[in-house]
Write a protein that binds this ligand. Structure first.
Ligand SMILES: Cc1cc2nc3c(=O)[nH]c(=O)nc-3n(C[C@H](O)[C@H](O)[C@H](O)COP(=O)(O)OP(=O)(O)OC[C@H]3O[C@@H](n4cnc5c(N)ncnc54)[C@H](O)[C@@H]3O)c2cc1C
Length: 287
């Protein structure tokens, strides 16, 4: 099948890679640079958010479970050593949102933002796919027919304009701290984890919005994040903030199915919310 993908965030890139790997012809269009949207603001942590057994939780666990083998394949195809963009941890419990937590030690993973975009681009190209940056799609229906048999709208918040999807935004605040941390810590709706460059990244506080905001970090929210990071990981109390950022996660209720059939060969990724990186291997866009 000839598949056109609109959007070079984690949804477009992972689903595009899985599609070329399954033998389909893939061409991806990103209006800016890969990772310009919500994915570029993510921490890159893959941990089940709840211990519940709703379909979306089971799907998230399945997506996370698929990542270790996916990462090995991406490393082989891109030529980028696995350890440069992939880490595995064993942690107690989950990020926990006041819901039942899995008991005992669980596996958690981390992908390196922003290197993962380059890894995925190289892996797609190694399998014969094409990735365009700086190419805006304004009328996706024009891609259907002669050029592509399927068009995937993976534009994050951009899907509202592309496909008339009714989406919301979950804003997230994260920060980079100076500090030395041996391992990932999850809890109190936060992740605190060592980054590859020797700093510590942590987030995210979240709040709902009707549409993306202006990207300005509010001082009171940053103060709250610092306080909560210090409470969760006492050795990080008072750590210096190197940078802080806000990202706007595309989200949609209900979240299932993750792929919405818009008819005539067009499908839309339905708002991956807080767990888009973990969920992305479940996007089988050719089915
Ligand atoms: C602070 C923060 C921390 C997070 N941490 C994690 C985490 O640790 N783990 C996790 O799993 N998730 C995390 N997330 C959530 C995750 O970032 C999102 O679920 C995920 O990035 C959504 O990916 P996406 O590909 O759907 O959208 P996006 O990343 O927004 O990608 C959409 C892309 O489409 C492009 N586009 C839009 N319109 C067009 C068009 N017309 N033509 C061409 N291109 C277009 C955009 O430029 C953009 O690059 C976090 C989010 C935030 C904000």
């Amino acid at each position: 099948m000839r598949i056109g993908i609109v959007g070079g965030g984690i949804a477009g890139l992972v689903s595009g890679f899985l599609a070329v790997e399954a033998g389909h012809e893939v061409e991806l269009f990103e209006r800016d640079k890969l990772g310009t949207g919500a994915t570029g603001k993510a921490l890159g942590v893959l941990v089940p958010i709840t211990g519940l057994n709703r379909p979306v939780d089971a799907l998230q666990r399945a997506g996370i479970a698929a990542w270790p083998e996916l990462a090995v394949r991406l490393s082989a195809l891109s030529g980028i050593p696995l350890g440069e963009f992939w880490r595995e941890w064993e942690i107690q419990g989950t990020m926990s949102q006041g819901t039942e937590e899995p008991k005992g030690i669980i596996k958690a993973y981390q992908v390196r933002i922003p290197l993962i975009f380059e890894v995925l681009r190289l892996a797609i190209e190694a399998k014969g796919g094409v990735v365009h940056e700086g190419m805006v799609v304004e009328a996706p229906t024009l891609l259907l027919g002669t050029r592509f048999e399927r068009v995937v709208l993976a534009g994050g918040w951009g899907n509202v304009a592309l496909g008339g999807q009714d989406m919301r935004v979950s804003a997230g605040l994260a920060a980079r701290f100076r500090g030395d941390l041996a391992e990932l810590v999850a809890g109190d709706n936060l992740f605190v984890c060592p980054d590859w460059d020797g700093t510590v990244i942590a987030g995210s506080l979240n709040w709902d919005l009707k549409e993306p905001g202006d990207g300005v970090v509010q001082a009171d929210k940053l103060a709250e994040l610092k306080a909560r990071v210090g409470a969760l990981v006492p050795e990080m109390a008072g750590a210096e903030v190197v940078e802080a950022w806000v990202g706007y996660r595309p989200t949609q209720a209900p979240r299932m199915p993750l792929l919405r059939d818009l008819g005539n060969g067009m499908v839309a990724v339905a708002g991956l919310g807080k767990t888009g990186i973990g969920l992305s291997p479940m996007l089988k866009v050719w089915e």
